[in-house]
Design a protein around this ligand. Structure first.
Ligand SMILES: [Zn+2]
Length: 339
């Protein structure tokens, strides 16, 4: 019982009474293929208990502690800066994005939290709608540069079904946002799918494309472990700008002019494009709702992701909140709202 003594006894008690109803967690982490559809995708989720971690921020180099806490239905994801006396609260919402250079930074009440995208992607991929994130500094820990450590943390907390129905944000009509040869398009769909393409003039990257759909463990299997990446030639310039002070071979795939410098090489042969999908999911999660739509993304980054979100949410009805489609629709498509 010791692990339930962290200010969430009521939620934990509900979990104890319903041990079979922790959908999403196992799938998200292990890709075990267990099918919890019909139990889960109709309802909102939080976590069953508080969990914490600590680590270094990629850009700030600061060591911070981060606690995930259960949150009520319809409260969404909210960051609290516990190192500031007024404990400012920053809702993880697209209109709180204040910077997108090299990472996504959100801010409110005079406080910011940067590099939120990997945690946001993990929460999205695990089907967590409502959680409070207490953080003791200005940047989320980078860990190994992927979302896998955050997925493990969510697994430890257990995903808990709540009583309130879950709404989705459904793409209603096609939208394209383009800057030069970079673009993002969205099309209506009864599931969530991302096709991403990148091209870097580097022999170990080159042109990569990957198509991924959210269903039955696919986030944990295909996306969560893909690490961020960077090029040695940019390292000094970014450090002079006050960035990547915490960067190392333990938290990014790093390339010199011709090779991967990490001793273990890649986790996937196309790890870079998979990580771009991870970043896109994390930024898209700032809409505050799980998506129903098909997205094609080419050579984008956090700044174009932000432009796209602003256009998507600008009130022109490109995307509308909707209750979940009928189970028959979901089952016919073979897709699930769960990771
Ligand atoms: Zn990233």
């Amino acid at each position: 019982m010791r692990r339930f003594k962290e200010g969430c006894s009521q939620l934990a008690f509900r979990w104890i009474k319903r041990p079979a109803r922790v959908p999403g967690t196992k799938d998200a982490l292990e890709g075990g293929g267990e099918d919890h559809r019909g139990l889960s995708y109709l309802k909102q989720h939080t976590i069953g208990q508080s969990v914490w971690c600590s680590g270094v921020g990629l850009h700030s180099g600061l060591n911070v502690a981060l606690v995930l806490k259960p949150a009520p239905a319809n409260s969404g994801i909210r960051f609290i800066r516990t190192d500031i006396p007024s404990s400012p609260s920053i809702p993880a919402y697209y209109n709180n994005v204040v910077n997108t250079f090299q990472a996504t930074t959100i801010g409110s009440e005079g406080a910011v939290v940067s590099t939120v995208e990997h945690l946001m992607a993990a929460l999205y991929g695990c089907g967590v709608d409502n959680v409070m994130v207490e953080i003791s500094g200005p940047e989320a820990p980078i860990f190994d540069g992927s979302a896998a450590p955050y997925v493990k943390l969510i697994q430890k907390a257990l995903v808990l079904e709540q009583d309130e129905p879950r709404n989705y944000l459904a793409i209603r009509k096609p939208l394209t946002v383009q800057r030069g040869d970079s673009f993002i398009t969205a099309s209506p769909s009864d599931h969530f799918q991302v096709c991403y393409e990148i091209e870097y003039a580097h022999p170990r990257v080159g042109k990569q494309s990957y198509s991924w759909a959210l269903k039955n463990g696919s986030f944990g299997r295909e996306i969560a472990k893909a690490r961020t990446f960077g090029f040695l030639k940019d390292f000094q310039k970014l450090q002079e700008m006050g960035l990547i002070r915490g960067g190392s071979l333990s938290n990014a795939v790093v390339f010199d002019d011709s090779e991967v410098l990490n001793a273990g090489g890649f986790r996937f042969s196309n790890e870079c494009v998979r990580h771009k999908i991870l970043d896109f999911i994390g930024d898209l999660a700032l809409t505050g709702l799980p998506m129903l739509g098909e997205f094609k993304v080419c050579k984008a980054g956090h700044t174009l992701h932000r432009c796209f979100l602003n256009e998507l949410m600008n009130g022109k009805d490109y995307a509308i909140p909707t209750s979940v489609p009928t189970p028959a629709t979901f089952f016919a498509s073979g897709a699930s709202a769960l990771a």
